[in-house]
Design a protein around this ligand. Structure first.
Ligand code: GLP
Length: 265
């Protein structure tokens, strides 16, 4: 099996693994180190979590390490990137349910330290709820880590492609958004049909994501190859949200498998 290969694409640090297993293990190892370093430095680790199919293996590895006594999330606090809106937490399609299945229900993280945007807030209160989420992250001292996946349209969290100037896009707060047609099409996998997809969501803003002290972008599979290449080699533009990660390149690592890296050249 070929070994992982480090790449420099423009200013970005990119690590290409032979397969998704090895990429996921790398991500889990880094998360474990970030937790240990943050807990040693200030008694807690503040982790931004992602959903989607991509991080499932990472959560499986972290849960296995906690079960084996090799890792503890006792001193961790988590903030998830996003949640559909409106949705009930017990709905199996909510990201609250996803996190419970893949991580929270399997590790020693305290339930009252796991924050997810609330898909049940009344619409008139959504903006204040979102602003409060940003204030909580700040009050917690900011994110030690943000784990990210990438949508096929380049979205991070549910920060969808936009025609804003980069500096305005980078300053976007946590807020209620409409999902992009490509995001809706991809969500049919979970929801069953285009009509069943919940077309709005609450998402952590680009500002909070870019402020994380460490960012892991994990992308696996051939379907992600074109957008990964655009984000890393094309212009830095809000039209490709993940390209904006290059404005904080020294804090970001892109962990890819060979299929996702196929268009990097
Ligand atoms: C969803 C999530 C994103 C995630 C993306 C990719 O839209 N809100 O945070 O990165 O999908 O998902 P997947 O890993 O399933 O390709």
């Amino acid at each position: 099996m070929p070994a992982e290969r480090p790449l420099r694409v423009a200013d970005a640090s990119v690590i290409v693994h032979p397969d998704a297993e090895s990429a996921s293990k790398d991500a889990a190892d880094r998360i474990e180190r970030i937790v240990a370093d943050a807990v040693a430095a200030r008694g807690k680790a503040v982790l931004g979590m992602a959903t989607g199919a991509t991080p499932e293996k990472v959560y499986g590895l972290l849960a296995a390490r906690v079960a084996a006594g090799a890792l503890s999330l006792r001193d961790a606090t988590t903030y998830n990137l996003d949640e559909y809106y409106p949705i009930q937490p017990l709905d199996p399609l909510s990201y609250r349910s996803y996190m419970h299945r893949h991580l929270f229900g399997r590790v020693d993280l305290a339930a009252n330290r796991a924050h997810i945007l609330d898909g049940t807030v009344p619409e008139h209160a959504a903006a204040e709820h979102a602003a409060q989420f940003d204030r909580w992250i700040e009050a917690d001292g900011g994110l030690d880590l943000q784990l990210l996946g990438i949508g096929r349209n380049g979205h991070i969290g549910f920060n969808e492609p936009s025609d804003l100037p980069v500096d305005e896009f980078a300053a976007l707060p946590t807020r209620l958004v409409d999902l992009h047609p490509i995001t809706v099409a991809d969500a049919v996998r979970e929801f069953g049909s285009p009509e069943a997809v919940i077309p709005r969501a609450l998402t952590m803003g680009v500002r909070a994501i870019l402020a994380a002290r460490s960012i892991i972008m994990l992308a696996t599979g051939a379907k992600k190859a074109p957008i990964v290449a655009q984000a890393l080699k094309g212009p830095i533009t809000a039209a490709v949200p993940a390209s904006v990660l290059r404005t904080v390149a020294d804090r970001v690592v892109w962990i890819l498998d060979e299929p996702a890296a196929a268009d990097l050249g």
